[in-house]
Design a binder for this molecule. Structure first.
Ligand SMILES: *Cc1c(COP(=O)(O)O)cnc(C)c1O
Length: 395
């Protein structure tokens, strides 16, 4: 042991400098840009105005004054929730939001978490242990991967959206106590839909449970905006949704049966040991939920914009992947190429994020273009022209 310690020991400062150099040389270095003012299709970034094509604010609710007004009204009572929900932090605003979400989704109960990351970790770590098995799509969100690993359950990583492989993995784990199949509903970097009805059928055949992460579908898909399960006509055992994307606020929820929610209240560590979200955030999210319900024209505009972008790209010979959601990736392969195109677009006033490893597999770096209900048709056309010119200049 002592020998190992001597051999492995590197001073922290030297370690950090070497790692950062390595990241930079691989074109994988990341930096942040600073936003002034509200979020939206038009945004002030690094001191200048820019068209924003890399936001998850799909319905344009993040800076809607009605959400801010709801938050302001709740803020009159104060800012902090003061404690975790199990101690003294469960405010009437949280309870109202949980009830509104359960009613909207059509599930018996809903439990609020402070982020989607916390929800996924809390569910997987809380539900699964050594005797259990998790069967997971290989392109699932990082929080599902981390939660699965943290749980100590046997982790089977299945090729993307491969129903036969899910079936085989469940066959292989027949001896596990509890088996959970987990998938993103809309894949966050590819924009495609998981084959949820087929996954539900496979899970049911094996007596396994199905959990879906609908971070990008909630508020967006389905006639009523209830998300991917509504759009595909199915119902998972465990549904996670986030409130920081289409709903325009922050936080997340888990929806399911009463016993699932009661169990998570006992056992989800990211719920039990974390301060409840500020009541004003819950108030804003509840107003966002009302607008998802009352203003379906936002979804109609969003899908008009998706169609305009895809038709325009086809006309210009820009090859897109098969995504019918607001997430429209443009695959470029090489990290340096994605970065250079993104930087070039930024100089022309278009903000489109370059997504590189480890967020996506090596060799699949891309521009992740996202559309919002608040983009104007002319803004989409301008982006398409800039993309076509940029692709020609960066072959
Ligand atoms: C954004 C996202 C999360 C995390 O949600 P936060 O509320 O941002 O922490 C989880 N899963 C998926 C698929 C996401 O896209």
């Amino acid at each position: 042991m002592a020998d190992d310690a001597r051999v492995a020991s590197v001073p922290l400062a030297a370690h950090l400098a070497a790692e950062l150099r390595r990241i930079r040389e691989a074109d994988l270095y990341r930096t942040r840009r600073v936003i002034d003012g509200g979020h939206g299709a038009q945004i002030q970034v690094n001191g200048r105005s820019c068209l924003n094509f890399c936001s998850n604010d799909y319905l344009g609710l993040a800076a809607d004054p009605r959400l801010a007004e709801a938050a302001r009204a709740a803020l009159a009572q104060g800012t902090g929730s003061g404690a975790s929900a199990l101690i003294s932090g469960y405010n009437r605003e949280h309870q109202r939001l949980e009830e509104a979400l359960a009613d909207f989704i059509g599930t018996p109960r809903v439990l609020l978490f402070s982020t989607g990351w916390a929800a996924n970790l809390g569910v997987l770590r809380g539900l699964l242990g050594r005797d259990d098995a998790l069967v997971a799509d290989e392109l699932n969100h990082a929080s599902l991967i981390d939660g699965g690993r943290l749980s100590g359950a046997r982790y089977l990583r299945v090729p993307h959206a491969d129903v036969t492989a899910f079936d085989a993995a469940l066959q292989e784990t027949a001896a596990a106590r509890l088996r959970l199949l987990v998938s993103d509903a809309i894949f966050s970097m590819d924009g495609d839909l998981a084959p949820l009805p087929e996954l539900a059928a496979v899970a049911a055949r094996h007596g396994a449970a199905l959990m879906i992460d609908d971070a990008h579908g909630f508020g967006v898909l389905g006639a009523g905006g209830r998300g991917t399960p509504e759009a595909l006509g199915m119902r998972p055992d465990i549904q996670v949704g986030t409130l920081g994307k289409a709903a325009g606020a922050a936080g997340a929820f888990v929806a399911g049966d009463t016993d699932l929610i009661e169990y998570l209240v006992q056992r989800a560590r990211s719920f039990v040991f974390s301060t409840a979200q500020p009541p004003a955030v819950a108030a804003a999210a509840r107003r966002g939920l009302e607008l998802i319900r009352e203003e379906p024209e936002r979804r109609a505009r969003l899908f008009d914009n998706i169609r305009r972008f895809r038709d325009g790209a086809a006309a210009l010979g820009i090859a897109l992947v098969d995504s019918q959601t607001p997430i429209q990736p443009l695959l470029l392969g090489d990290a340096a190429r994605a970065l250079s195109l993104s930087q070039q677009l930024f100089e022309q006033g278009f903000w489109v994020a370059a997504i590189r490893p480890p967020t996506v597999p090596r060799g699949t770096s891309r521009l992740r273009i996202t559309l919002s209900a608040t983009h104007q048709p002319g803004q989409i056309d301008a982006l398409l022209d800039a993309l076509a010119a940029g692709m020609r200049a960066n072959p």
